[in-house]
Design a protein around this ligand. Structure first.
Ligand SMILES: [Zn+2]
Length: 508
């Protein structure tokens, strides 16, 4: 009785790969639904990086791509590129502040619930460290370095002080750390926003493991505490906030010193990007990249809920299913350029997998003529406008119009979807001047998108049921195949930015 069982196990462990499953013809709803059903099942546990859900997910994607006829492209014959991550969970902190009133040093009492700290190490402390009011921290690294190096930065959170193209919070904080700040304390003015941030602060914060990405100490402080601190040195918090918005604002060294210590749970682990490749006939002509994030949130439902698993059917099992089916259609040997497929990890923690890939790519990314990110494609019925996140950012808009026109599709010209440009994996490539887009008809209908964002988005209810609309996803998937054909072929698309293209070797 045992022998047949043993055979069965072996067969399970070795998926049949005798024939490639490259497919011709249109992608259909059932093609996508089949993958979503698996990726968004409870067995995949919400696809959280570093869990059993990750193992199942990355294995599934690599298996599907291998069946489609792709080659592994993470380096050394592997599908999996390791991404070192670290989770930091703030456990407790203590702090004391002193100021110099010109005659002697006095201490200021700050309420316990007004300041939360997280250390880079399990036990971190800074003593007698001077505070610098950095405004929004939007000066250049070089400008900030002389005044902030080795000190504690007080920095406002707000990302929109009325200036277009103002850098986001994450970018500003990274610059402050690059300028050598030992600590960064973010000032949050709104009480309700501070309360929300405080709750989040006690849950794990995920980041790429590596030097220089963290200050020794990071924290958040409430408006009441900041107002009190500044008043001691005859400064007004409201005034400083207004001044920080002006272009001539200069960081201000304060006569305030802090002793800070924090206890932090630090967990390091390795997650993975999955990378596959379709070799082109003329690799010197460049490459095209399709990507999408495989990760989701694991369990995110309320503590006592029956169903706590956040299956992420829309976000982003839908995008991964699109990538699997698109790959199958493009393995027929008709592409001049190499076509790469990348499934990223830890997008939900701030595009970390995409950033890790761009910092340490397994192929030369300056060969890329176009990048397409598939995220959140299952919200609209078929026949909707195509929203192009990244429209107006590159010189590829006309080419996208051409592909759309050839396939009876129309592109949304409102550019509203660009509001999401920094919140999706393609942004990492745009930052490096590589033309990159997120293309989805799910983002062209603001009302529909809003109701998703207020409802199922990052909620346990984002699962596969009959509310999931796959008509638009199918449109988008077939459009991605068309994009692969167009940008993969040197006849249809003569690269403007490829290293070996005529435009670049013209000697100008
Ligand atoms: Zn998400």
């Amino acid at each position: 009785m045992r022998f047949p069982l043993f055979i069965a196990t072996l067969m399970f462990l070795q998926p049949s790969v005798a024939h490639a499953e490259s497919a011709a013809g249109e992608i259909l709803e059932d093609d996508l639904r089949g993958h979503i059903e698996i990726l968004a099942s409870d067995g995949f546990a919400g696809r959280k990086p570093g869990t059993i859900g990750e193992n199942k997910t990355v294995h599934y994607i690599a298996t599907e791509w291998r069946k489609a006829g792709l080659q592994p492209a993470a380096g050394a014959d592997s599908w999996y590129a390791p991404v070192a991550l670290v989770d930091r969970t703030s456990l407790s902190e203590s702090f004391a502040f002193q100021y110099d009133n010109g005659k002697r040093v006095k201490s200021v009492r700050i309420d316990d619930d007004q300041l939360l700290l997280r250390g880079a190490k399990p036990i971190s402390s800074l003593s007698n460290i001077p505070l610098v009011h950095l405004g929004y921290g939007n000066q250049t690294v070089e400008e900030m370095e002389p005044v902030i190096s080795g000190k504690l930065a007080l920095m406002f959170l707000s990302s929109r002080p009325g200036v277009n193209g103002f850098p986001g919070y994450r970018e500003r904080k990274a610059n402050v750390i690059a300028a050598g700040a030992s600590g960064v304390i973010t000032v949050i003015k709104s009480e309700s926003r501070f309360a929300r941030a405080a709750r989040r602060f006690r849950t794990a914060n995920t980041s790429l493991d590596g030097e220089g990405k963290h200050a020794d100490m990071e924290g958040i402080i409430g408006w009441k505490a900041v107002t009190k601190l500044l008043r001691k040195v005859d400064l007004d918090a409201e005034d400083l906030r207004d001044e920080a918005k002006s272009e001539i604002f200069q960081p201000l060294l304060l006569d305030i010193y802090a002793d800070l210590s924090a206890e932090t749970q630090v967990r390091s682990y390795v997650s993975h990007n999955v990378i596959g490749k379709i070799a082109g006939r003329d690799p010197a002509s460049g490459a095209v990249l399709f990507l999408g994030h495989w990760d989701h949130l694991g369990e995110c439902g309320p503590k006592n809920a029956d169903d706590r698993i956040c299956n992420g059917a829309v976000d982003n099992a839908s995008g991964i299913s699109l990538l699997i089916e698109t790959a199958k259609r493009l393995t027929d040997g008709k592409s001049d350029r190499d076509i790469y497929f990348l499934a990223t990890t830890a997008e939900e923690s701030g595009l970390l997998g995409a950033r890790a890939f761009a910092e340490n790519p397994s192929f030369q990314i300056d060969r890329l003529v176009a990048v397409f990110n598939a995220d959140t494609v299952a919200l609209a019925p078929n026949g909707k406008l195509i929203a192009v996140v990244g429209r107006g950012e590159t010189d590829l808009d006309e080419d996208l119009e051409k592909v759309a026109a050839a396939h009876d599709r129309k592109i949304d010209k409102t550019d509203k979807a660009n509001a999401f440009i920094k919140r999706q994996d393609a942004y990492v490539f745009l930052e490096r001047n590589i033309p990159a887009f997120m293309i989805t008809s799910a983002f062209s209908d603001q009302k529909r998108l809003d109701s998703y964002l207020e409802g199922r988005y990052h909620d346990a209810s984002d699962e596969l049921d009959d509310q999931l609309l796959l008509g638009g996803a199918v449109d988008d998937a077939n459009f991605h195949v068309a994009l692969g054909r167009y940008f993969g072929n040197v006849e249809t698309y003569k690269a403007k930015n490829a290293p070996n293209s005529a435009a670049n070797s013209a000697g100008d």
